[in-house]
Design a protein around this ligand. Structure first.
Ligand code: ADP
Ligand code: MG
Length: 614
């Protein structure tokens, strides 16, 4: 005897939307039903594991899908916990989850309801009615004395329930496909959908008796059970990469979120290989069911080189792309994962410096991008950065932490110089004051370093200051014998300004120089040498150099300046040529000499005069 039941009002409302929706992505019903099957088996496995007696205890845990393209039918079977009569009524006719009602209300108000959200709100089962005109659920609960029941509905009005003979433990769902969903009765179509969403379901998924999911969800397994080869195999499967990964991080956490994550760093930086901007290829799962492939907001941008899987039981199934974006849960997940990965890198740097170095060589740009842009993780990221330093031999690098440990107590800031090479930094006039004071200077040669330093601004409460802009004086300048007097210094400054005209903004004496006669300093204290070089590189050929507000600072203790002050009165034209040449030399040292050919003529004339003297 079958009994008729009505759906709860909200369910009927939902079904009306589902049945009449023009939503085209009907295939998600497969994902929802497979996900329910997997849940049911998961629950059974838990019961068995915790010692509960279940019916048919030796039945293999698996999900079966049969297609019948003649009858336009697809059948999904699982050997999970099944449902009693009461459970069928409770689970497939009323709303179990809070929030579902609100979801249905919202859907009802929308012009184009997004039915794909259905699984997120605990009503995924009803997606079956997108594809089926009639759904039959035959189920037998795991209780040893439970009997079989059959639930049928066409989605309109209600459902019928009757006892059923010959039902084994678990659930069997038969879908009579609608005209416009007949393609789901063909094996290849189902296979396509399964490959897309259910590859890593933890239990065998068999399509017409052939197992589809050969890859197990290794990220949820215990680390000690997994062989390196398995890890590598999974990596090559998900990353389409035949190389072994550079790093692998497999971890689980319970708080603040339940997370299983298996992350890989490819051996090669994918952006170097492909030129194009890499995209994160970490899949997001909830209990081994794919929620989103290549999940967009799971990691910050700078971690886009990661590959792997993240599984969180706290995520609602079928969370959609749109709701992903404003999901507080997702940003929490993002934060936890990112912090954990940074900690992993930190550990590597400490315990396996060689491996970290290899990683750093390949991926430093990403870390720097993060240090510059990702405020949340800036501090921990900046600890991972490495720089060459005046305190270390060539080729060795330091962290900012170690730099600070070496700082003399009176030094306030962290200094760096940007130069194409260590040698050119060391021979730069800007380095002199640091050498004289024995202050450590970081040598930065990556063009993006300056951008990074500008954005980081400080580290551990210490300002990051470009050596070109440092406000420092040489300590106890060596010999002041013959040095220009204050009067001579200021009259030389006035004369230099007159002589150099618009080529300089201002001329003054400097206390930062030891071996160089003069240096140029950016008036705006804004553009450093490397930035100027970059701007120069970006200027279209032929465009004149823009007005650069450069100040010339000179060293009143330097023999050239001392002699220049004397020569002004004895040989005005030679003095003028020397002044021009001093400025050009300073410009070369600063890396802003556009076309050195124009100064060759003057240099030759100066050489001739030197030789004539002898
Ligand atoms: P959700 O899976 O989010 O709970 P669904 O609408 O997909 O929402 O399913 C509703 C409920 O129906 C499930 O919570 C479960 O109790 C029950 N159910 C659905 N499919 C099965 C199945 N194959 N085996 C056992 N129970 C099931
Ligand atoms: Mg479900």
């Amino acid at each position: 005897m079958s009994e008729k039941h009505s759906f709860q009002a909200e369910i009927q409302q939902l079904l009306n939307i589902v049945i009449h929706s023009l939503y085209t992505d009907k295939e998600i019903f497969i994902r929802e039903l497979v996900s329910n099957a997997s849940d049911a088996i998961e629950k059974l496995r838990f019961l068995q594991a915790s010692g509960t007696t279940v019916a048919d205890p030796d039945t293999a845990l698996k999900i079966g899908i049969e297609t019948d393209d003649k009858a336009h039918r697809v059948i999904i079977t699982d050997t999970g916990i099944g449902m009693t009569r009461e459970e069928l009524i409770e689970n497939l006719g009323t709303i179990a989850h809070s929030g579902s009602k609100a979801f249905i209300q919202r859907l009802a108000q929308e012009k184009k309801p997004d039915v794909s959200l259905i699984g997120q709100f605990g009503v995924g089962f009803y997606s079956a009615f997108m594809a089926a005109s009639k759904v039959t659920v035959e189920s037998r609960s795991y209780h040893p004395d439970a009997t079989g029941w059959k639930w049928t509905s066409d989605g309109s009005g209600g459902y019928e329930i009757e006892p059923a003979e010959g039902v084994v433990r678990g659930t069997r769902i038969t879908l009579e496909l609608k005209e416009d969903a007949k393609d789901f009765a063909s094996e290849w179509r189902i296979e396509e959908v399964l490959k897309k969403y259910s590859t890593f379901v933890a239990f065998p998924v068999e399509l017409n008796a052939k197992q589809i999911n050969t890859k197990q969800a290794i990220w949820t397994r215990s680390k000690s059970d997994i062989k390196d080869e398995e890890y590598d195999e999974f990596y090559s499967y998900i990353a389409h990469d035949s190389d072994k990964p550079l790093f692998r991080l497999h971890f689980s956490a319970d708080a603040p979120l339940s997370i299983h994550a298996l992350l890989y760093v490819p051996k090669r930086n994918p952006e170097i290989l492909g030129m194009a901007r890499a995209e994160s290829e970490v899949n997001l799962y909830c209990r081994k069911i794919l929620i989103q492939a290549k999940a967009k907001d799971l990691f910050p941008e700078w971690l886009r080189f990661l590959r792997g899987a993240v599984d969180s039981e706290d995520l609602p199934l079928n969370i959609s792309r749109e709701s992903m974006q404003d999901s507080a849960l997702l940003s929490k997940l993002n934060k936890v994962l990112t912090s954990r990965f940074i900690k992993f890198l930190d550990d590597q740097a400490e315990k396996h410096p060689d491996a970290f170095e290899a990683f750093y060589a390949e991926y430093q740009r990403y870390l720097k991008e993060g240090a510059a842009m990702d405020f949340t993780h800036r501090e921990s990221l900046s600890k991972l950065l490495r720089f060459e330093s005046s305190a270390l031999e060539k080729g060795k690098t330091t962290t900012l932490v170690d730099y600070i440990m070496r700082m003399p107590s009176e030094q306030k800031d962290i200094y760096y110089l940007l130069a194409p090479s260590r040698e050119s930094a060391q021979s730069s006039p800007y380095y002199e004051v640091f050498a004289s004071r024995k202050y450590e200077v970081l040598f930065l040669s990556d063009p993006i370093d300056e951008f990074v330093m500008d954005n980081m601004r400080e580290f551990d409460g210490k300002k990051l200051v470009s050596g070109e802009k440092a406000d420092l004086k040489v300590e106890n300048p060596a010999s002041t014998e013959g040095a220009l007097s204050t009067d001579d210094t200021s009259s030389l400054a006035t004369w230099l300004k007159e002589t150099l005209g618009t080529r300089v903004e201002d001329v003054r004496s400097s206390e930062r120089l030891v071996d160089s006669p003069a240096v140029i300093v950016d008036k705006d204290k804004h553009l450093s040498a490397s930035m100027r070089r970059m701007m120069k590189a970006m200027r279209p050929p032929g465009t004149p150099e823009p007005d650069q507000k450069m100040d010339l600072e000179f060293n009143p203790r330097h023999p050239v300046m001392i002699r220049l002050q004397q020569t002004r009165s004895t040989n005005a034209s030679l003095a003028a040529e020397v002044a021009e040449q001093l400025l050009d030399n300073a410009r070369v040292a600063a890396g802003v000499m556009d076309d050195p050919r124009q100064m060759i003529g003057r240099l030759n004339s100066l050489l001739a005069q030197v030789l004539n003297k002898n």
